[in-house]
Design a binder for this molecule. Structure first.
Ligand code: SF4
Ligand code: SF4
Length: 432
């Protein structure tokens, strides 16, 4: 057995609050045991992802520190609209900083109004309480003007950490497209300045191939979930999507493909998780940042299987690839801009593509129903839920709308509502 490494000196050097951090890791370990390791019939390929989680504040942070010593820069992001390709093209490392735990909320509320969504409060809470080694490792944080909450929060976050904000337009017009393209140019310039590396055609094309390969592997994983029984639990699939924001992209892609080879065999053998007649659920809505596993746990603990995530930590983030035809840096950035502008986040208006996509996904994955997940105080997703409801009604797909936060206080209530919904799905049968 490998000897346990003591990362305390590294955490100390990063300025973490050691006592609180130890408490956090302990709670997370218990949580992970209960929600993940207790699952039956997990694929063997999940061992890699379990290992990544066990080392999420250890080995991965050590890798980041080693990379920094070797001259590479770390860029922290909070949103799908920040292209990882541009970061890789300056030899940078891209790390997702969204936080999914009810941690440091009191600290966060010293700066933010109480009625701010949990995701924003959580990344402030982690940072202000000295609990996030990723924020501490970042040379620059890149924010974006998506929802109002994040747009304004970055002004305050910039006082805690160097933050560079790019403008994401809110309408998919030709003017919006032109603005978006010019913002990526501005971001590319900033990345080059911080990294001290000039973006070349060769580097940028290689970065596009790396990120495309990662998305293709996640697609392959998602497609396999259409099988009955589904070969992997929704919790595990979500975890893999969450890890995609932290892990080394090449190693991650290899591990997802290895897992998919195993899942191919499961599907061929008719093996999977849960019984063949388990209700199949598509989850749609706000991103679930690590370790936000509350709703998926409630759904699967009550006998359903989650067969897809229409979410940024899910198919919204991996759906389209960047065209690999660009012949120089400008053309490749054009292709990157085009691919990212198609993301159907609720911060855009109108956002009909998302409505179509939810129905399309429900059909493709054989979902019996959709659970719409929104964080409390998230304007874009709670308001758009009304249109989602209408679109699913037209398509004849049952829907349950949940609004929650990161606390555990509403677990019993969530459970009751999910159980009632699953009973409806079992009774109605699947409109596939
Ligand atoms: S929901 Fe919208 S704002 Fe939030 S991470 Fe996704 S794309 Fe970005
Ligand atoms: S969950 Fe909603 S309010 Fe919170 S950061 Fe995302 S889009 Fe903004």
């Amino acid at each position: 057995m490998a000897e346990k490494v003591d990362y305390t000196p590294m955490w100390q050097e990063l300025g973490l609050n050691l006592e609180a951090h130890e408490g956090l890791l302990e709670v997370l370990g218990t949580f992970y045991n209960d929600i993940y390791l207790s699952q039956a019939d997990r694929p063997k390929g999940m061992e890699y992802f379990d290992f990544v989680i066990s080392e999420i504040h250890g080995l991965r942070i050590k890798e980041l520190q080693d990379a920094r010593k070797a001259g590479r820069k770390i860029f922290g992001t909070f949103c799908l609209y920040v292209p990882e390709e541009l970061i890789l093209a300056v030899d940078g490392i891209c790390i997702g900083l969204c936080a999914g735990a009810d941690v440091g909320m009191e600290e966060a509320e010293k700066l933010l109004p109480r009625n701010t969504c949990a995701l924003i409060k959580s990344f402030f809470g982690f940072t202000m309480s000295g609990l996030c080694p990723y924020v501490a490792s970042a040379d620059l944080v890149i924010g974006e003007t998506t929802c109002d909450g994040k747009t304004k929060a970055y002004e305050l976050f910039g006082e805690l950490k160097d933050t560079f904000v790019i403008e994401v337009p809110h309408m998919k017009t030709s003017m919006g497209r032109a603005l978006w393209r010019s913002e990526l140019e501005r971001l590319a310039g900033k990345l080059e300045e911080i990294a001290g590396v000039r973006m070349s055609t060769v580097k940028l094309a290689a970065a596009v191939r790396t990120v495309n390969a990662k998305r293709a592997a996640l697609h392959r994983l998602n497609a396999l979930r259409a099988a009955t029984p589904t070969p992997i639990s929704g919790r595990d699939a979500l975890l893999i999507n969450q890890i995609s924001f932290y892990d080394d992209p090449v190693r991650f892609t290899e591990s997802v493909n290895a897992l998919c080879d195993e899942l191919d065999e499961r599907v061929a053998a008719g093996a999977g998780v849960g019984p063949v007649d388990a209700p199949r659920v598509l989850v749609s809505g706000c991103p679930m940042a690590i370790p936000n596993w509350k709703v998926p746990f409630v759904i699967e603990k009550n006998g359903a299987v989650i067969v897809g995530e229409e979410s940024c930590v899910g198919e919204r983030g991996t759906r389209n690839l960047v065209a690999e035809s660009g012949r120089d840096v400008d053309e490749i950035i054009d292709s990157i801009a085009a691919r990212y502008f198609d993301i159907d986040c609720a911060c855009f208006t109108p956002n009909d593509e998302r409505l179509e996509h939810i129905v399309e996904m429900a059909r493709a994955y054989g979902a019996d129903g959709v659970i719409h997940y929104a964080l409390q105080f998230c304007g874009p997703y709670t308001i758009e839920a009304k249109r989602v409801e209408a679109a699913l009604k037209d398509a004849g797909v049952p829907l349950l709308k949940l609004e929650t936060d990161y606390s555990m206080e509403d677990m019993a209530q969530l459970e009751t509502r999910v159980q009632a919904f699953l009973e409806v799905l079992v009774g109605v049968g699947a409109p596939k």
